[in-house]
Design a protein around this ligand. Structure first.
Ligand code: C2E
Ligand code: CA
Ligand code: CA
Ligand code: CA
Length: 279
């Protein structure tokens, strides 16, 4: 307090105060966002390079705040993970993405596979498998039209419970991708213990692909390795024609990136697949 003298003011570091207030404000709004229906899902197409078709799409959440506008996941997912709010938010995304994909299937679009990001905290919920089953049941979506994206760090966790959960998900017929592949712990032994469907090669390796020889070597090796293991390879963050050509020459199975499309609202995604269908 003031009586203690000027020095005590140092405890109220203005910058720290501003940041924690911002955080608190964000958390308060985030808690209300679900009931206020402020989350929206954008979809980014995943292109099958062999078929030249849209294989499916990744569901990417955004927060449509009434005053702040569209908030990107990078700005609220970390806080959502810290506070546990990622569980209800993530479960909502999962169900909503399944409902949307089923709706597109009913409209006569080919069987699109929707990829949903699952954070470690969400994956560790006791009833996670049941939550996946509920999303499938309530939407009526076929299990092979759903893919769960988990990171390497979740996948390589040796806890028997994790392996069992992954096996139960696979037994449902749901697909599993390893997201941001190459950026997590580097033990590859989990690939032997559990056969995932797809490796998503992290965009940090794709970025300088055509001018960085090391990145080119890593990407080439990852594609070759996934083929030998009979796992599909997917390159994310593909922005240029040069990167695309390189990936095609290496036999990469699928790509995702701005070179084809940014993540877009559901209505725009539907227009895009409608056009593709007419071609
Ligand atoms: P991610 O899962 O690695 O998703 C890919 C990110 O790369 C997305 O950012 C996407 O918009 C961006 N991207 C796609 N193509 C390109 C490209 O060609 N160039 C560049 N520079 N970027 C590209 P976004 O949508 O901002 O999402 C960021 C991260 O937030 C995601 O990274 C994911 O970790 C997390 N996230 C998004 N939605 C969810 C969700 O529903 N649940 C959870 N747990 N995390 C989510
Ligand atoms: Ca992802
Ligand atoms: Ca990723
Ligand atoms: Ca990521």
């Amino acid at each position: 307090s003031k009586e203690k003298g000027g020095n005590s003011y140092h405890y109220y570091h203005p910058e720290m105060n501003k940041r924690s207030l911002h955080r608190l404000n964000l958390e308060i709004h985030l808690r209300k966002a679900l009931e206020r229906n402020e989350f929206v899902i954008y979809y980014q197409p995943i292109v099958d390079l062999r078929q030249g078709t849209v294989f499916g799409m990744e569901a990417l959440v955004r927060w449509q705040h009434p005053e702040w506008g569209l908030v990107s996941p990078g700005e609220f997912i970390p806080l959502a993970e810290e506070t546990g709010l990622i569980v209800p938010i993530g479960n909502w995304v999962l169900k909503e993405a399944c409902i949307q994909t089923k709706a597109w299937q009913k409209k006569g679009y080919p069987s699109l596979v929707v990829s949903v990001n699952i954070s470690a905290i969400q994956f560790h919920q006791i009833h996670f498998v049941q939550i996946v089953m509920n999303a499938l049941e309530e939407s009526g979506l076929s299990p092979d039209q759903l893919c769960l994206e988990i990171t390497e760090n979740v996948a390589m966790n040796n806890v028997p419970y994790i392996i069992e959960t992954m096996q139960r998900i696979k037994a449902l017929g749901v697909r599993i991708s390893i997201d941001d592949f190459g950026t997590g712990y580097s033990s590859l032994s989990y690939l032997k213990r559990f056969r995932v469907n797809t490796l998503k090669i992290d965009q940090s390796f794709i970025r300088d692909l055509t001018c960085d020889e090391d990145n080119a070597a890593i990407v080439t090796a990852l594609i070759a390795m996934s083929h030998r293991l009979k796992i599909k390879s997917l390159a994310e963050g593909v922005e240029t024609k040069e990167q695309l050509d390189f990936l095609m020459s290496q036999g990469c199975d699928k790509i995702q990136g701005f070179v084809f499309s940014k993540p877009i609202p559901a209505a725009d995604f539907e227009l895009m697949i409608q056009k593709n269908k007419q071609l």
